[in-house]
Design a protein around this ligand. Sequence first.
Ligand SMILES: [Mn+2]
Length: 322
Amino acid sequence: MFKLDEVLKGAESVAISGHVRPDGDAVGSTLALYNYIKKVYPEKELALYLEEPQDIYAYMKGFDEITVLNNELPDKVYDLFIALDLGDIDRLGEAARFFEAARDTACIDHHISNAGFGNHSHIFPDASSTSELVFDLMDKDKIDKDIAVCIYTGIIHDTGILQYSNTSRHTLEIVGQLIEFGFDFTEIINKSYYEKTYVQNQIMGRAIMESILFMDGHCIASVIDHKTMEFYGVGGKDFDGIANQLYKTKGVDCAIFMYESSHEQLLYKVSMRASNRLNVADIAKKFGGGGHKKAAGFSMSGTYHDILNNISAEIEKQLMDS
Ligand SMILES: [Mn+2]
């Protein structure tokens, strides 16, 4: 736990970043903090580094000021680097170089898999989102409508629009304070959360159609291979919501969705969703990934069937213990 003002004090240059393949919470929390520091400490040199965010988030202030991570980054040493919404430095991607070079480092996060890193850490696995933690750290009088929109976005994305069990009374009280700023929250939910492109809907349909039920109907799994991705012209960012949709299947305790992230290396990106009977954060951690008890992910190489067998063995162990 730390005080934002104290961590920022003395830092003339500050860099902020969130996890690779940034989701609503990663984009929302980093932009909220970026806008806040820019407003409260205009004298500080400030940069926000992220992997290219989806343009569904372009309504947030500061979106155009994000430095998109690519291979031509400056050799810059920041006084302070703040990592948000990630449980492991590896999840910073190319921004890790700034973290390693920085004179001082801080971490704000809510992943249960976060063992703690950085000189200052603010890690609360019970928090709905990093955006909620960012709100807690801010001086409430200095939050404006633009900052509120960013925090709101992060909270609704990480709580499945205030429905997951990570939604607390505190979360709802924050949301109550945020909507008093008078932004169009219905529009934010529709455009950034529900809206899908035609091919995104098609690929979700395909994943559901070809899914398989196993373990007596307790598990559901689906895979999208490289060939199918090429056919539809889709990539990692087009699969949001598929694991959640699979999980909605009646009787299912665990949903597994994977896609081939590298055909050459036979590498799959795996997303898992689970009921109270399982802790998929533990499974993800075992395979080098991370996340939350009910939603986690990792990458694994091998064939689809090998990977599924590896995961199934872990699920079986947990179901037997539960
Ligand atoms: Mn998050």
